[in-house]
Design a protein. Structure first.
Length: 155
């Protein structure tokens, strides 16, 4: 507590200065720090984001993390098998113990494939010349089939 006055905040947050709670003078820009830990406040907490995060976490826990992991593993495993059979360059490790819930594959024209996936309603990421898919709880086998319909001809 005795050092708080000696430390200068690295960033100016609107709640770090005196008068920030007087909403009638928010544009006076008096940059006098509070004398306590509030001087290190850099912004307003995103309460709406925290509420959504908590609801999402509750849903994931209700469904079950093992069940979700199994579902995603099945989607990825099936896709990897089909891509390998077509001769694709799959960047994702073959060994499930060494991969995340991500499928990355190199195709002839990744930019075009990315656009085609978007038109098919599949969200992907174009990363370093490869297509990256991240299936999750809400992804279906039909979603992966639509993705493979775009990717397999591009191998």
């Amino acid at each position: 507590r005795e050092l708080v006055h000696e430390l200068e905040p690295r960033q100016i947050g609107w709640l770090a200065v005196r008068g920030s709670y007087d909403f009638s003078r928010l544009v006076d820009y008096d940059l006098t720090w509070y004398g306590d830990a509030r001087r290190f406040e850099v912004g307003t907490l995103p309460y709406h984001d925290l509420a959504a995060f908590c609801a999402s976490l509750e849903l994931l826990l209700d469904v079950g993390l093992d069940r979700i992991a199994s579902h995603v593993d099945t989607l990825i495993e099936n896709a990897i098998s089909r891509l390998h059979a077509a001769g694709a360059t799959v960047v994702t490790p073959d060994d499930p113990a060494h991969r995340a819930a991500i499928l990355t594959v190199r195709v002839k024209n990744p930019a075009q494939a990315s656009e085609q996936l978007a038109r098919a309603g599949i969200v992907c990421s174009l990363r370093e010349g490869a297509i990256r898919l991240s299936p999750h709880l809400y992804s279906t086998s039909d979603d992966m089939e639509r993705a493979l319909e775009v990717l397999l001809p591009e191998v």
